[in-house]
Design a protein around this ligand. Structure first.
Ligand SMILES: O=C(CO)[C@H](O)COP(=O)(O)O
Length: 155
């Protein structure tokens, strides 16, 4: 089990309700050291698109201000595309338990994304909690596979 994760939770207007639910769930999770709400805020849900939320989250991780992020938009796709534009960041949509597990154990993803228009709320909450519980093993054979991507990016 991982401990002390500095977590970001964010999304666009289409992911607002799930973002709020996941934020509330993980705020008091003992595996999480801190949770920051990246928005969008309740009083200005149209303030940002999925692109800027995804990039902001990824840049914060790249800059060492957080360890991981969970991002929600309508499909999870837009925030994943945006976060993946930041070199060194590996983001993926995850809507099932196996993919969520492998996103850490195989891919060492720092960002999990989900779609509020795709999966039910209870599944999204459960997947978020499961994801927090996985830790990448740097001695596993997956390390060298992830390193191929990092080398391409120069990270
Ligand atoms: O899901 C989204 C992007 O992947 C976003 O929440 C909605 O985007 P739209 O369909 O372009 O409004």
């Amino acid at each position: 089990m991982s401990t002390g994760i500095r977590l970001l939770v964010g999304g666009d207007v289409a992911g607002f309700e799930y973002k709020e639910a996941i934020l509330a769930d993980l705020k008091d999770d003992p595996r999480v050291a801190s949770v920051e709400d990246l928005g969008v805020p309740a009083d200005d849900k149209e303030s940002e698109t999925y692109g800027s939320v995804g990039i902001r989250a990824a840049e914060a991780i790249r800059d060492g201000k957080a360890d991981r992020a969970i991002l929600v938009c309508g499909t999870g796709i837009g925030v994943a595309i945006a976060a993946n534009k930041v070199p060194g960041i590996r983001a993926t949509v995850g809507h099932d338990s196996f993919s969520v597990e492998r996103s850490i154990l195989s891919n060492d993803c720092q960002v999990l994304t989900m779609g509020q228009r795709v999966v039910g709320l209870q599944l999204a909450r459960r997947l978020a909690s499961e994801w927090i519980g996985y830790t990448f093993d740097p001695s596993s054979p997956s390390k060298d596979k992830v390193a191929v991507i990092s080398a391409y990016e120069g990270c």
